[in-house]
Design a protein around this ligand. Structure first.
Ligand SMILES: *[C@@H]1O[C@H](CO)[C@@H](O)[C@H](O)[C@H]1NC(C)=O
Ligand SMILES: *[C@@H]1O[C@H](CO)[C@@H](O)[C@H](O)[C@H]1NC(C)=O
Ligand SMILES: *[C@@H]1O[C@H](CO)[C@@H](O)[C@H](O)[C@H]1NC(C)=O
Length: 226
């Protein structure tokens, strides 16, 4: 098991703890250590942070932070590319904010050695009582998913025959505006109906649903109580 969760209770936030933090996370934020992070991530360095817990707290409060790294003296927040001053660089280990969207927790399986297709990614999650990761909503969600062990991931989304988007798992409509950016070459004219995300900027791509790839991992979610 490569993931290890650390729990940051609001009582540990010290002076940095704000009402906003309490409201947005219901008092509990979960960070998990991700090793072998495969792609470079965007980071900003935070000044005046004295401990790992304080660094976690800074990440919780930052609107575009999805994880952090504390190197025993400095705090680096993993953010989305649009944050002023963000620099892109390799970071092999980082704590990922596993609190996702409003009430989910992220769980990443080790990359399947023989590769995987969307149907088996969905089945892997379901066989373990989880769901395939839904598209990110907030900047924090996007930054969280930028910390991962595979270059690409399958998202719980498929393009319907009328060109609209629905969830792969249950056919629930997804707003077209959920797709904030495509990778070069996508969308491919409607041939590929399954939807994934990839690259350091976490952009969308579409592909043939029969496509098995060793580039993609399985990231699932499970519900948490708020
Ligand atoms: C932590 O990062 C800072 C800023 O890049 C650097 O100056 C320092 O040497 C690093 N410390 C360790 C222990 O790696
Ligand atoms: C999921 O479980 C079913 C039923 O046990 C099994 O046939 C299938 O191979 C499993 N799929 C994956 C990807 O684990
Ligand atoms: C998707 O891939 C399968 C298997 O390679 C192929 O049979 C099928 O024609 C492809 N579908 C499209 C729409 O390209």
């Amino acid at each position: 098991m490569k993931q290890k969760d650390t729990v940051l209770h609001e009582t540990n936030c010290g002076v940095q703890c704000t009402e906003k933090l309490r409201m947005s996370v219901g008092g509990l934020v979960l960070f998990g250590l991700v090793t072998e992070v495969v792609l470079p991530v965007w980071t900003v360095q935070e000044a005046g942070v004295a401990s790992q817990v304080a660094c976690a707290s800074r990440c919780s409060q930052h609107d575009a932070c999805g994880g952090f790294q504390w190197n025993s003296s400095s705090c680096f927040l993993v953010v989305v590319a649009s944050v002023p001053g963000a620099v892109n660089g390799a970071m092999t280990n980082a704590f990922r904010l596993n609190s996702y969207r409003t009430n989910y927790h992220l769980y990443e399986f080790p990359p399947p050695p023989g590769g995987i297709d969307p149907a088996n990614a969905l089945a892997t999650c379901r066989n373990n009582s989880m769901d395939l990761v839904p598209y990110p909503v907030t900047l924090k969600d996007r930054a969280s998913l930028s910390i991962r062990q595979t270059r690409r991931l399958f998202v719980d989304m498929i393009r319907a025959s009328d060109g609209s988007y629905v969830t792969l798992s249950s056919g629930v409509p997804v707003p077209n505006t959920a797709i904030y950016g495509w990778m070069p070459g996508s969308p491919d004219g409607g041939i590929g109906r399954c939807i994934g995300m990839g690259g350091p900027d976490l952009l969308f791509f579409d592909f043939n649903c029969s496509y098995t790839t060793t580039n993609a991992g399985v990231i699932c979610v499970y519900s948490t109580l708020q």
